[in-house]
Design a protein around this ligand. Structure first.
Ligand SMILES: *Cc1c(COP(=O)(O)O)cnc(C)c1O
Length: 361
């Protein structure tokens, strides 16, 4: 600990001194000469209809007013897309905030929360933040989720991303149903940040499972990571739980401009389908090229791939790519330290990535 840290910690509450916060992927100050494939952003700009909102007259003048605390129009638009009622939709400042409220609302229990050993690294951070016990269940060697291992008595709840991050592997809905049936009295959160890139959403199960909460984000498939908008869908009693937490923390987490832009983006289904089709085509091309050069690739239904170079360590390749102005994500963690997570960029960016890998290998 440095001297200045020591001084600061004098004023921190003991709980803050103990925190180990989440570390986001690098966001370089300038991306001018960089090919940025490290945080699963969209390589394409958002829907023109979403962009047009920002040109509307009077938008800035309207900022003197507080926004709608319930984001009514936005929730109605989301509900209409998924055949739900607005009471079955909760919105938050990015899905990370939605996740935080879900952990607070459903998982603060004496029993441990269950999640895979390799998964989104924010989950352990929220557990620590809210003092939630957890039990990590190992993925199989092929990185698939072993649902039968979640059959644990006295669990406090379950959370998995589907497709999982950072592996990109998808779990079929029949397996999700097994999870829901294993823990009928606990909430099962399915974090579908990447579902639009090939999987089938668990939203269709909401009617039948009162313990199911599905979380989406506009950050990946909608190309709006900078807007900060995520949402949860589930039966009304779960949404009410989330609202109790949200209204005890911040009444206005979604600013008025974000509400309007998000509403336009979600209504533009055609743009979403086109954008995802482009990313999927580029992903498939990249997978076949990298396989040819000598990578083991985990089957992906996401906008990234999880790939292991056969002839060089993942860390060495990460550094070699960095020298060539290509940033990917390397996790120095057990079981995955020989893999790189590579976000899918434009065709040109992925051609440059493949060329750089050829050169290094
Ligand atoms: C990116 C991501 C999120 C966070 O998305 P935001 O809406 O930008 O906060 C949540 N869960 C998973 C699995 C993600 O990969």
């Amino acid at each position: 600990m440095t001297e200045s840290n020591k001084d600061h910690s004098l004023f921190w509450s003991p709980a803050v001194a103990k925190l180990q916060p989440y570390v986001p992927g690098e966001q370089p100050k300038t991306t001018a000469r960089l090919i940025k494939l490290n945080t699963n952003e969209s390589p394409y700009p958002p829907s023109p209809k979403a962009q047009a909102v920002l040109q509307e007259e009077g938008l800035a003048a309207h900022l003197r007013l507080y926004p709608d605390p319930e984001s009514t129009q936005l929730r109605e638009t989301i509900a209409a897309q998924f055949d739900l009622s607005p009471e079955q939709v909760f919105v938050g400042n990015g899905s990370d905030e939605v996740l935080a409220h879900a952990f607070y609302s459903f998982f603060q229990r004496p029993e441990p929360l269950l999640y895979p050993d390799i998964t989104y690294s924010f989950y352990p951070v929220y557990c620590q933040f809210y003092g939630i016990e957890s039990q990590k269940l190992p993925l199989r060697d092929d990185f698939s989720i072993a649902v039968e291992d979640f059959a644990i008595d006295n669990a406090g709840g379950v959370i998995i991303p589907n497709p999982n991050a950072p592996t990109g592997r998808y779990l079929p809905l029949a397996e999700i149903e097994k999870l829901l049936q294993l823990h009928p009295e606990r909430v099962v959160v399915i974090d579908e940040a990447y579902i639009d890139f090939g999987g089938e959403s668990a939203v269709a199960l909401i009617d039948r499972y009162p313990n199911l909460l599905v979380i989406h984000t506009l950050s990946k498939s909608h190309a709006l990571a900078g807007l900060r908008l995520g949402y949860a869908m589930g039966q009304a009693h779960l949404i009410e739980g989330l609202n109790r937490a949200k209204n005890s923390f911040n009444s206005y987490p979604i600013d008025g401009i974000a509400q309007k832009v998000a509403t336009a983006a979600i209504a533009d289904r055609e743009w979403l389908a086109d954008n995802c089709a482009k990313v999927i085509a580029t992903r498939e091309w990249t997978c076949s090229e990298l396989t040819e050069i000598g990578f083991d690739i985990v089957p992906s239904t996401a906008n990234f791939i999880f790939a292991k170079p056969q002839k060089i360590s993942a860390e060495d390749l990460f550094n070699a790519l960095r020298e060539r102005n290509i940033i990917v994500r390397y996790f120095n963690k057990p079981r995955i330290s020989e893999y790189l997570r590579i976000s899918i960029g434009t065709d040109e960016e992925m051609q440059a990535l493949v060329a750089a890998c050829r050169e290094v290998l």
